[in-house]
Design a protein around this ligand. Sequence first.
Ligand code: AMP
Ligand code: MN
Ligand code: MN
Length: 327
Amino acid sequence: MRTRTRNNTTREVADFLKGLEKAAVTTHTGADGDAIGSAVALVYLVRSLGAEAVFCHAEPVPNYLQWLLPNEPFAECPPDHDLLVVDTSRSDRVGVTHEGMHPIRLNLDHHEDNPLYGEFNLVDAKAAASAQIVAALYAELGVPLDKRKAEAIYTGVATDTGGFRFRNVSPEAHELVADLLRAGVIPAEVNDRINRTGTVQQLNIVGLSMANAARYGEAIVSVVDRNDYARTGATELDSKESIDRLRNVAGVEIVAHLREIEGGTKASLRSESVDVGEIARHFDGGGHRLAAGYTTLKPPHEAREDLLEILRGVVNLGEADTTGGAG
Ligand code: AMP
Ligand code: MN
Ligand code: MN
């Protein structure tokens, strides 16, 4: 395998896809709507070119995204398939075992910190979602969209833009969405499947995340731990959506949600102005400038102290106002 440490053009990657015979598509661990949406859209694209394609992922796919899947996910990449990876900023976040087994032939992504780890790389940090990059390949290859394909792409764009509200939204993203609607997507249907599949446990843990939120000047930090899971019957993943609800407080530059996981803490960071990708990289994580994350081996309350230490150099933490915060 020749490793190219440069970004390829859409044309080059389109030609590469045309040469495939059997492809396995995977995405990052902790898959989100863009991860699954862009992976599924790529599976359909490769199939439309006449090749075999399957979706692979070692972790269970979240319930709210299972309706998208083109096949029961293979837990591993079949040995004779070429491995294509989408929406994954680093090769150590790939959702299947691959090191020493399967070279990553394509790395398609929109994270600005992506180090171009594939043989072919199609990384565009201006794309609102990896699904938007997959859509550009459909256009380049002249493969028409049908409802199923368009729904996968729509899911990626709609989720990664927070329902078309975040700063990554562009005229191009909206133009694409117009095409997706023409191909049959009904946004209300997709919204029903994605956002109306929750449980009361989820509602309760998100509620606790709000109750636990504490303000430190220009930062809001919320922590949920195993006691909160026990109280609500929720799992750690159930609290994931809390991060977007923490963004509504006036005068806040950074919001952080820290949730206890087996053996440590998973952190999500969001901002409208500060490079939180840089903050995440302090903890060996990463992500986008305005949406990033990391995991640490520390328990959540220690993780919060470590985070506040870093935040102190970035925003004004003022006097802690933890009146609303229990955690
Ligand atoms: P999340 O807060 O998990 O929704 O992640 C937000 C962004 O940060 C996503 O684009 C992820 O790819 C990235 N990210 C999250 N966790 C990590 C991590 N441990 N290492 C690198 N990037 C991460
Ligand atoms: Mn993602
Ligand atoms: Mn994405």
